[in-house]
Design a protein around this ligand. Structure first.
Ligand code: ADP
Ligand code: MG
Length: 702
């Protein structure tokens, strides 16, 4: 999206309100009033058919009658009139359309919405909405919305897919003391979307944190790219899960992807910090908009009570930044301000005797110490202390320390005096919360953000020893047979073309051929039915493993054919596969789906009941590097089984990670062909012994 267009939408120098009305209560009245009765410095042009004055400002029958230039037009007319209004805006040279009007795709009128976007694009206009509240910008005193209040001024920007929520947030920002410079309603996102807005907000100096309420992305991949490149923290609350129907899924991976786990993965890969709910969205926004990222894991907690210290300690572990003991020199420095019955380890406990001078000293020492990466300061209201004195001491300590690259988060617990002190702290740039665990969650968000920044810088170097031509030829052959899926035999050849370690597999069309191939491959071998009509081979009695000699191969061959005939009399039998018998190993599953939002996406989990019953799987949008794949391996609950639990030797995770990475490259490159796929099972051996794929499946896109 053209930045000129986004400038016009988000920082308009003039706004026309099309549908401006004199009738109090009407949206066209509220919209005009917000712009006219405010400090907005730009021109406001009310537009209504009669050209009546609106709130004392001259109105015009059409934008075409307006003498000056119009940057943005708010469209507040009934949906059926929107096309002609947009056409007129185009002729006038308007750049941005803020289409507040509803009655489009949200009620099934997709064609009308598309028509309007089409007209907008003919004239190089960008369209925000339709079905939105509008756009608010504190720094430009511009309330181009029908929400009655601008949010509390601050350094965050909110983009919301829900209009009602946005309006509620404007007022909630005051009670929560979380300031926003901008609030943008995106509604149906027919044109301007999250990615466009994030890229614009990223270059706006008034913004320090981008806050999202997301129901869904249209082009998830573009959002990931924009978000990864963003230089500012993005925090998102995601509502709802993707609309994958498990019924439509032909593989394990497909049914598992419907759980919202793909969104979780994609947002993490985009470097987006997550919020667990609305309160958490406010809390994390406050921290991310006021404090720097936490660049290491060493969190120092300072408190005046054991209880809150323990609560913070528990929370720190829960949120992934467990406390460590402060180094001896720091402990020695803190000793001066802590009574003998307190503690200097971490948390530092000033005890109930701790007053403002002790807070001042300890916070300053902690911040200045190179070991410390971030500080959480806790205070329980006591008889001895005025909360305001403590608040001032903390702020003074931060200022006097001269340290600006370490986050400081505060939690005060107490009554009304505490409320006042908390507000003062927030107004002075120190995020302050009413409970220690919330404060720790806030600093955890700053740690998460720093970690995200590092992983977002990783680049992916594709493997060169792959053969896409071979893979595509195999797929083309299958398509020529009118087949919607590749057989195990074909799928393994595609896998092999991407350097994936498949168990050696040959095709026998007669019993004698099977015997000859078994001798070539070497005993023991595995025999399997090969039929496009039998997807789950074991269910059909179509798999015989650990065959030791010619007699066993001959018996297995006959048994497999008989079982197949009994299972499905009209099944087309291509032959019987003869395979090397892979030694026992830890069974894992790799799979892929072509997600409707994010495109080719990888799944990994342990095999057997872990995937079927426990659904212990993790996703990543492809492609992923082997380093990223390593992280994927520890994402699942069953991870210790690969790390070597209960005295077992660790499994070859390095080899497995490479396989995951190559697999992701394959589904990316063949994204137009592969709808779903899996390698189930993949056998993982002890370190240095690699992995082996013994079964493969690829479902082609329709
Ligand atoms: P399906 O999933 O269609 O039933 P598989 O090919 O996965 O068939 O075979 C079923 C099971 O047999 C696998 O889970 C694995 O335990 C075992 N198996 C299959 N092929 C081999 C092989 N080449 N080496 C060792 N074990 C195998
Ligand atoms: Mg299988």
């Amino acid at each position: 999206m053209d930045f000129d267009v986004l400038n016009a939408l988000l920082r308009p120098r003039s706004v026309a309100v099309i549908g401006a009305s004199n009738t109090p209560g009407k949206i066209g009245y509220l919209a005009a009033k917000n712009l006219i009765e405010s400090d907005y410095a730009g021109h406001v042009y009310p537009i209504n058919p009669k050209g009546d004055e609106v709130l004392g400002v001259r109105a015009y029958p059409s934008v075409l009658d307006v003498p000056g230039e119009i940057d943005a037009a708010m469209v507040v007319v009934p949906a059926k009139f929107v096309p002609q209004v947009v056409e007129a805006c185009g002729k006038k040279g308007v750049r941005g359309l803020i289409v507040v009007a509803s009655g489009f795709s949200e009620i099934g009128l997709r064609d009308l919405e598309e028509e309007v976007v089409q007209i907008a694009h003919t004239y190089n206009m960008g369209l925000l909405g339709p079905n939105i509240v509008g756009v608010m910008s504190n720094s430009h005193h511009c309330n181009a919305s029908f929400a009655p209040f601008m949010p509390l001024p601050g350094r965050a920007a909110m983009i919301s897919q829900s209009g009602a929520l946005l309006i509620a947030m404007t007022v909630a920002s005051y009670t929560r003391h979380v300031g926003f410079d901008k609030m943008i309603s995106v509604g149906n996102m027919a044109d301007v979307n999250f990615a466009d807005l994030v890229s614009w907000l990223d270059q706006d100096d008034n913004i320090a944190c981008i806050t999202l309420y997301v129901e869904g992305f249209q082009n998830g991949r573009r959002f990931i790219e924009v978000a990864r490149r963003a230089s500012k923290p993005i925090v998102a609350l995601k509502a709802g899960v993707s609309a994958h129907g498990a019924a439509a899924a032909a593989s394990h991976t497909g049914s598992m992807a419907g759980s919202g786990k793909v969104y979780d993965a994609a947002l993490q890969q985009a470097g987006v910090v997550r919020a667990s709910g609305l309160n958490n969205l406010f809390d994390r926004t406050l921290a991310l908009s006021l404090q720097p990222p936490m660049l290491g894991d060493n969190l120092m907690v300072i408190s005046n009570g054991g209880g809150v210290g323990v609560l913070a300690t528990d929370a720190a572990e829960y949120y992934g930044i467990p406390l460590r003991f402060a180094p001896p020199d720091l402990q020695a420095e803190l000793q001066a301000s802590v009574p003998d019955f307190g503690s200097v380890k971490n948390p530092a406990d000033l005890t109930g005797m701790g007053g403002w001078p002790e807070y001042l000293e300890t916070v300053r020492h902690a911040l200045r110490h190179p070991w410390v990466h971030g500080v959480v300061v806790l205070f329980c209201e006591t008889q001895r202390n005025d909360p305001m004195d403590i608040a001032r001491a903390i702020k003074r300590a931060v200022d006097e320390s001269g340290v600006t690259d370490k986050p400081v988060i505060v939690s005060f617990i107490g009554g009304e005096k505490v409320e006042t002190a908390m507000q003062w702290l927030v107004e002075n740039g120190l995020p302050t919360y009413g409970a220690p665990d919330v404060a720790v969650d806030a600093i955890a968000a700053l740690r998460e953000y720093a970690r995200n920044c590092m992983s977002a810088m990783e680049t992916i170097v594709p493997y060169q020893d792959v053969d896409e031509t071979v893979a595509r030829a195999i797929i083309a052959e299958a398509r020529a047979k009118k087949s919607g899926a590749l057989t195990e035999f074909e799928a393994k050849q595609v896998f092999a073309a991407y350097g994936l370690p498949v168990a050696r597999t040959e095709l026998a069309r007669t019993e004698d051929e099977a015997v000859a191939l078994a001798a070539q491959i070497g005993y023991p071998v595995v025999l399997k039915i090969l039929s496009p009509d039998i997807l789950h081979k074991s269910d059909a009695g179509g798999v015989k493993v650990n065959l030791q000699d010619e007699t066993e191969v001959r018996d297995a061959y006959r048994a497999i054919l008989a079982n197949a005939a009994a299972y499905k009399a009209d099944a087309y039998i291509e032959g019987v596969l003869v395979q090397e018998m892979a030694p026992l190993g830890t069974e894992v599953i790799l799979g892929s789906v072509n997600d409707s939002t994010f495109g080719p996406t990888m799944m990994f989990g342990l095999g057997g009941i872990f995937v079927e019953i426990l659904k212990d799987v993790t996703f990543r949008v492809a492609p992923i590097s082997s380093d990223q794949a390593m992280k994927m391996l520890v994402d699942i609950k069953g991870a210790p089984l690969l790390a070597g639990a209960r005295g077992e030797s660790p499994r070859d995770r390095v080899a497995l990670a490479e396989v995951v990475s190559r697999y992701s490259q394959m589904i990316m490159a063949l994204g137009d062909e592969i709808a779903e796929s899996d390698a189930n099972p993949v056998l993982v051996y002890v370190e240095g012994k690699g992995v082996k794929i013994v079964d493969a499946r690829i479902i082609l896109s329709a």
